[in-house]
Design a protein around this ligand. Sequence first.
Ligand code: GRG
Length: 292
Amino acid sequence: MSDFQQDLKLIAEQVNSHLKDYLQNQFSDSKLYEAMDYGLFSGGKMIRSYLVHASCKILDVKEKEYIPIAAAVECIHSYSLIHDDLPAMDNDDFRRGKESTHKAYGEFTAILAGSSLLTLAFEIISSFNFNISNEKKLKIIYALSSCSGHLGIAGGQFFDLSLKNEKVSKDKIINMQNKKTGALMGFCIEVAAILAGKKDLEEKFRSIGIRMGLLFQIKDDFLDKYGSVDILGKPVQQDVAKGKNTLIDYLGESETKKLMKNLKIEIEKDLKPFPKTNSLLDCMSFIINRKN
Ligand code: GRG
């Protein structure tokens, strides 16, 4: 296991342990609670938690200040995947090598489990036990809620689904992917600047995260085209089958790879002035070279 992978495992354990402790206090012997647990602890890579960790490392933000934020981000991410798999959206039966939540628990339970994870994210951040200033909490809640709604993840998902089988421009595809995948990653990096009280860095950090999100989504599209169902834990070649708009389709593979290379160079350049960027750079390499 590489140093990065060991580090990722450690962060994943810390974040999952925060989530488990938090949820233990609200244990309920119901299928809804079970479905939330199923969707949340189903073996995701926890890349977004790692992005929060790596960017906080750059600005010397303490673990106890960012682990709850990473936990909240994983709740929103899992919620989006549970809803993404629903029959009304992508209608996928498998996720992370297991039945998707609606297959395992039924549709209404999956919808409610997703919605409960969304609200849980904001509950975790606004909790009295999370000891950061109220001003920072408010800023974080504002940033996370704006990147989750119609101008962020939900908006990106709307374009992704409503523009199926339509020929759209490169800018429209990038805009859709920046919202659907980039917005949350933008938050993961921006939040370090908020926690460190460095207002002047918020925009720059968010923009680095959005571009990492675009890299992540393009790689996801390559994996959909060439990856294996066994390694990905979900069906492959779905983008073409579902008439999704991807940059690979629009630009062709070699232009898309050039775009990835340029994004990487741009991000490296933006990170140059900062110390302790090795974890974030390792994470970017992982995003580009991952097999799942
Ligand atoms: C408002 C949060 C919110 C959601 C409602 C359903 C929906 C609207 C949005 C879906 C957005 C979506 C599915 C984006 C795809 C991003 C993506 C490539 C996910 C895969 O991420 P990985 O590979 O997943 O990090 P793991 O399984 O490793 O956690």
